[in-house]
Ligand binder design. Structure first.
Ligand code: ATP
Ligand code: MG
Length: 236
């Protein structure tokens, strides 16, 4: 199912932080949103899941309007999010965190159990620590748990807000491999990253956000070749 934002204007207070965002994520794509600090990347994610209300514009998912709906309804429509800063439940165990990800699924225990097996095979570390409290995991392990929990809802679209932030290089590589694996299982991915090079490597297309406006967009190849993108985000 594809996601479309058209003319999205959103604000926390008087001044908008998103000034008319148009973008699309196809149902079979990995698309990234690049941009510096405070560009509005996380706000875009919050607008999609219904936490940040729209002042104007529309968000559609699978052809249906989702803007104006409550976050729980948006999530129920098949969107999951790995929020910025890995918000897992610190006082619940790893397994309980994963179970909560499947909350509200109506496709039966067997399907949920199969997905749990899949998540634990992608993240063997989580299996080894199944009964450990989430809050006592290392930062990298918590990030894996946040991703695994989002996968447990079997979303059509997964939003990921800086999944590689604060991880050691070996874990960063692993996160990007996992993004490919999630996509291969039939989930579209919309990825926010400051690690532009890695994000573009894994993405089909991308957008560049600056001060709440999309200032560039294109295929991976186009963005990698763009002088502006290279200067601002690829350190070249
Ligand atoms: N709850 C809030 N109330 C008021 N302003 C906010 C709130 N959250 C974010 N903002 C402001 O909105 C702007 C965009 O913030 P946002 O978090 O979307 O940026 P970002 O692109 O995700 O940045 P970063 O890369 O640092 O995570 C910033 O100027 C920020 O201060
Ligand atoms: Mg952010």
């Amino acid at each position: 199912m594809s996601l479309q934002l058209s003319g999205v204007v959103a604000a926390y207070d008087a001044a908008p932080v998103l000034h008319g965002i148009d973008l699309e994520v196809g149902g079979d794509e990995i698309v990234c949103l690049l941009g510096g600090n405070a560009a509005g990347k996380s706000s875009t994610m919050r607008a999609i899941v219904g936490v940040l209300p729209l002042r104007a514009g529309e968000i559609r998912f699978g052809g249906r309007t989702i803007s104006g709906r409550a976050p729980a309804e948006v999530i129920a429509s098949g969107i999951a999010i790995v929020p910025e800063g890995r918000r897992i439940f610190p006082r619940l165990t790893v397994l309980e965190n994963l179970d909560l990800g499947a909350y509200g699924r109506r496709d039966g225990r067997a399907a949920v159990a199969a997905d749990l097996d899949e998540v634990l095979s992608l993240f063997p570390r989580l299996g080894e620590r199944a009964s450990q409290l989430g809050g006592t995991l290392s930062g990298g392990e918590q990030q894996m748990l946040a991703i695994g929990r989002a996968m447990m809802s079997r979303p059509s679209l997964l939003l990921m807000d800086e999944p590689s932030m604060g991880l050691a290089p070996v874990l960063v590589d692993q996160v990007f491999e996992i993004i490919r694996a999630i996509h291969a299982r039939g989930t579209a991915v919309f990825l926010v990253e400051q690690n532009a090079r890695m994000a573009l490597e894994v993405s089909f297309r991308g957008y560049v956000l600056q001060q709440g406006r999309i200032v560039a967009s294109g295929s991976r190849e186009e963005l990698l070749a763009s002088n502006e993108v290279r200067k601002a985000y690829l350190g070249a």
